[in-house]
Design a protein around this ligand. Sequence first.
Ligand SMILES: *[C@@H]1O[C@H](CO)[C@@H](O)[C@H](O)[C@H]1NC(C)=O
Length: 312
Amino acid sequence: MDGRNHSIVSQFVFLGLTNAWGMQLLLFVFSFLFYFASMMGNLVIVFTVTLDAHLHSPMYFLLANLSVIDMLFCSIIDPKIICDIFEKHKAISFCGCITQIFCSHAVGGTEMVLLIGMAFDRYVAICKPLHYLTIMSPRMCLYICVTSWIIGLIHSLVQLAFVVDLPFCGPNVLDSFYCDLPRLLRLSCTNTQELEFVVTVNSGLISVGSFVLLVISYIFILFTVWKHSSGGSSKALSTLSEHIIVVVLFFGPLMFFYTWPSPTSHLDKYLAIFDAFITPFLNPVIYTFRNQEMKVTMKRLCSHLMHYRKIL
Ligand SMILES: *[C@@H]1O[C@H](CO)[C@@H](O)[C@H](O)[C@H]1NC(C)=O
C-alpha cells in the first residue's frame, strides 16, 4: 500500500442538491418522512409475517426478506443524506465512501436476485399450483435467499476490486449527495474509461439482465394464465400485479442510472432520490394496501395487541 501511495485524498465532499434554505428544509422534511415511513412499513411487514402463522408461506417469507433488504438499503445512504442536508461542508471519508458503494451494490444486487426468486415463486404458484408446496419447500426458500446474497456480494466485490486501488490525487468534489461509482471514477487521476466501461457492464448486466429475466417470466406467467383462464387464478394474478409494479419502480431509475451514457445530467441526481427514498417506501405500501390477506392479518394482530393491553 505504502509504495503505491494510493490516495492523497482522504475525504470526499458532496455538493448536495441545493443551498437554498427553503429547499433544504423541504428536502429534510421529505427525506426524513420517507425514511421513517419506509423503516416503519417494512418493520410492520417483517413482524406481521413472523408473528402470524397464517402468513407462513413461501411468498410471505420472501416478502419479509425483501423488507429486510429494503431496510438495509435505505439505511446505508439515507441517514447520512439527512444529516448532511443542512451542513455547509458535506464530507465523507475515503473509507466511508468505499463502504457506501460496497454495501449499496451488495444489497441492491441481492434485492434484484431476490425479486427474480419471487417471480419464480409466483410462477410456481400460478402455473404449477398443485406442486407449489413441494417445489417451494422451506429449503428452496432458504436456497433462494442465500443465493441472492451470494450473487449480490460477488457483484459488489467485483465492482470494488477495480476501484479500491485507484489513485486519487486532488479533485474530491462529488456532484451528488452520496457516493456512486460513475462519479467517483471521474475524480481519479488516471484514465478510467476502461474502468467506467467495466462498471457499466457489471452494473448494467445485473440490472438489465435481471429486468429482462423478470419481464420474460411475467410474460410467461400471464400467457399461462390467459391460456387456461379460470376463476381460481385471479387471486394469484392480483399478487402478480403487485410484483410487476415493484419491479418496474425498482428497475426503472436504476437502469437509467447505469446505462445512460453521461451521468452528469441533473436528472439522474433526482432519480437517485427516487431509489434511495421512494422505492423502499413503496414496497410496503404496495404489498400491504393492495393485499387483502396482509391487511386482514394486520388487523388481527392489532386487535390481539389491544387485547393484551387490556389484560395487562
Ligand atoms: C427469509 O427467508 C427464510 C427462508 O424462507 C425464512 O426462514 C426467514 O424467516 C425469512 N426472513 C424473514 C425476516 O422473514
